[in-house]
Design a protein around this ligand. Structure first.
Ligand code: NAP
Length: 345
């Protein structure tokens, strides 16, 4: 149905302020779409809590996550991106223009949306974890590492994040034990080598944490463990537990509205299009494989280019103001490119 708007309709609204969002903002701003980006509560996304980014091309000396986010923002604003520091509470997608509502009670209307809401850390889900978060349990070494100077910490996980953040924690902690559920790491070889070479790092193989305990001062003092091979129960004394066991997509806005895969990522086609014409997605909300700053930037670029093409097509087709449910628009309204058939050899 055609939406009752408040008189102003944006060309495109970008939701999320991680690398995908800023890049979509940069490209749509340079494409003269006068875009609006709504940051969300987790300003900058996951990279903003990364101590050092050393694999983003063009910065051979590396730079901090917050600095990279700042630079992306400055670059996009230079071309006219408008930024609202607000958190989206609801999107309405069975009408056009689409509506975006925020926790501050604002309501925006837009012809197209670029969804870049990213992902958040996965929790262990064991007793004591919630109660002791901020009292020794952490999901951000950059934010909390400083408080563990001279202390003993555990890092849970065997991927790049666990090793990278574990290495960072050796700047403060006296000992960093990496607790992994298998005896083989998932992390890249270079990080594995660095961790093995670091004398403050030890590995606790084939182990999971089953409970986190606090002492009389209300802070973490030990964890219960279980051996994943022998099932034997154990215990480790420690001052802190840093959890890096992957991420879950921030999809609370989309359930029942847009197609999600079994892990909760938005399903998009090779051109970042969701199942609703005019709605695109980029970054970790749609990417379950690569999850790099560089790939999020690429996906943000692609989504912006597609949104621009879609808007041009939408206006050329005379859909503007038409009384259509966007979910029922014909494919050609958002898919102007011919399908390429394989060519016989
Ligand atoms: P990840 O690669 O998915 O690794 C998660 C780790 O946590 C795995 O070792 C997994 O064990 C373990 N795990 C998962 N659920 C668990 C549970 N319930 N209890 C105990 N352990 C559990 O996640 P990530 O390390 O956050 O990395 C995510 C993506 O970002 C990856 O693509 C990674 O390459 C990328 N990344 C890159 C960099 C970099 O390039 N410098 C830095 C950080 C992240 P299993 O191994 O047994 O599955």
């Amino acid at each position: 149905m055609a939406a009752q708007t408040n008189g102003h309709v944006e060309n495109t609204i970008i939701i999320g302020s991680g690398p995908a969002g800023w890049t979509a903002g940069l490209y749509t701003a340079r494409g003269n779409l006068n875009p609006l980006l709504i940051t969300g509560n987790d300003y900058g996304g996951q990279v903003s809590v990364t101590y050092e980014v050393e694999n983003y091309p063009g910065f051979p000396e590396g730079l901090s996550g917050p600095e990279l986010v700042d630079r992306m923002k400055i670059q996009a604003e230079k071309f006219g991106l408008r930024v609202e520091y607000d958190h989206v509470s609801e999107i309405v997608v069975d009408q056009h223009p689409f509506e975006v509502r925020t926790v501050n009670g604002k309501s925006y209307f837009a012809k197209s949306l670029i969804l870049c809401t990213g992902a958040s850390p996965r929790y262990l889900g064991v007793p004591g974890e919630k109660e002791l978060t901020g009292k020794g349990v952490s999901y951000c070494a950059t934010c909390d590492g400083f408080f563990f100077r001279g202390k003993d910490v555990l890092v849970v996980g065997g991927g790049d994040s666990a090793l990278e953040e574990g290495l960072f924690l050796t700047k403060f902690a006296s000992r960093v034990r990496i607790v992994h559920r298998r005896d083989e790491l998932r992390a890249s070889k270079i990080l594995q080598q660095r961790a093995r070479d670091n004398e403050k790092i030890e590995f606790v193989w084939n182990s999971v944490i089953t409970e986190i305990h606090g002492g009389e001062d209300g802070k973490v003092n030990r964890v219960s463990t279980q051996d994943t091979v022998t099932e034997a129960a154990g215990e480790l004394q420690t001052d802190g537990v840093f959890v890096f066991i992957g991420h879950v997509p921030n999809n609370s806005l989309y359930g029942g509205k847009l197609d999600l895969d079994e892990d909760g990522h938005l399903i998009v086609d090779s051109r970042t299009r969701t199942n609703i014409p005019g709605i695109f997605a980029a970054g970790e909300i749609m990417d379950k494989v690569f999850k790099q700053v560089a790939t999020s930037v690429g996906q943000g670029t692609a989504a912006a280019i597609q949104a621009e093409k879609w808007l041009a097509d939408y206006e050329a087709e005379g859909y503007e103001g038409a009384d259509h449910d966007p979910r029922e628009w014909p494919a050609r309204a958002y898919n102007p490119m011919p399908v390429r058939e394989p060519v016989a050899a």
